[in-house]
Design a protein around this ligand. Structure first.
Ligand SMILES: Nc1ncnc2c1ncn2[C@@H]1O[C@H](COP(=O)(O)OP(=O)(O)OP(=O)(O)O)[C@@H](O)[C@H]1O
Length: 274
């Protein structure tokens, strides 16, 4: 008899999720999985509910219906205390970066360590410097956020998100407000972190260049039907999604046919019609 090893359990499993603000439905019936070590992109047009889905995954917005399983645990079904403990295993970088302007970079990164660990101030300082070096900011420990560029502020925000060695990193529009070169450097950093630490990374973004260069898995949310209309590798969705809207969005408004001749989808459709 052959021994078949079952596939590893996904890191995050979302099943039948509905999200609402009051009676206003944001998204419904979302079912998708995020594998361990994935760089998973939540994408879709403006206002479709990407940030709201992220908020639900990080514990800030309870679902109206459905389940979010993180590892072995039903995240929203768990007691609040257990959920809060799980949330300490998440590192979050919000859109604004949100560093404290009156604190140095080392103090910003050290803040969660002071709050959630028993480390001495000297150890916190050393660990903060190490986290800053991971994001290429060695030597900037004593700088204030206003003294460094926007791209460096984002890096410092990532160092702070990584302070407690999270299992999952969540980024909301990490490249918002950055020029294309800083944005590319940030993508490189995200990939480096994923490769060196194996952290699962979930990102809300509609920057196409980032989506294709760093994402290996994704979900595509539709604002009209208010549900997901695609899941999978973004490059494959760009070229082969059976949904025209998904292909158009990922080809920057151009259909695949416009760019490079008929897509395999339309070839298949043409073959089927003959
Ligand atoms: N706290 C809230 N209360 C009520 N409605 C909200 C709240 N936050 C967001 N919304 C609404 O929910 C919808 C989805 O918002 P959300 O920010 O999740 O979308 P998004 O896809 O991330 O948008 P964008 O791409 O513009 O950042 C929008 O119509 C927004 O106005």
């Amino acid at each position: 008899m052959t021994n078949i090893t079952p596939p590893p359990r996904p890191h995050i499993e979302v099943t039948g999720l509905d999200l609402r603000y009051g009676d206003f439905v944001i998204q419904k019936n979302l079912t998708f999985t995020v594998g361990r070590g994935d760089v998973f992109i939540i994408m879709g047009g403006s206002g479709c509910g990407k940030s709201t889905v992220l908020k639900c995954l990080i514990g800030l917005k309870p679902p109206a219906k459905g389940r979010v399983q993180i590892g072995e645990t039903d995240f929203w079904g768990a007691e609040q205390q257990q959920r809060e403990a799980m949330m300490r295993g998440f590192g979050v970088l919000y859109q604004s970066g949100a560093l404290w302007s009156s604190m140095t970079l080392a103090e910003n990164v050290g803040l969660p360590l002071g709050e959630y660990s028993n480390l001495s101030p000297a150890d916190i300082r050393e660990l903060s410097a190490m986290k800053l070096s991971l994001v290429g900011l060695s030597g900037f420990e004593d700088y204030y956020p206003s003294e460094i560029s926007g791209g460096m502020q984002k890096r410092a925000g990532i160092a702070r998100a990584m302070a407690l060695d999270p299992e999952i990193l969540f980024f909301d529009e990490p490249s918002a407000g950055l020029d294309p070169i800083s944005s590319k450097l940030l993508d490189d950093l995200i990939l480096e972190l994923r490769e060196s630490l194996g952290t699962t990374i979930v990102i809300v973004t509609h920057e196409l260049a980032s989506i294709f260069s760093i994402g290996n898995n994704s979900v595509f949310l539709d604002p009209i039907t208010k549900t997901m209309i695609a899941q999978g590798n973004p490059s494959e969705l760009r070229d082969h999604s059976p949904n025209d809207g998904v292909r158009e969005f990922l080809n920057r408004g151009k259909s695949h046919e416009d760019r490079s001749g008929p897509s395999s989808v339309s070839v298949k459709n043409a073959e089927a019609a003959t």
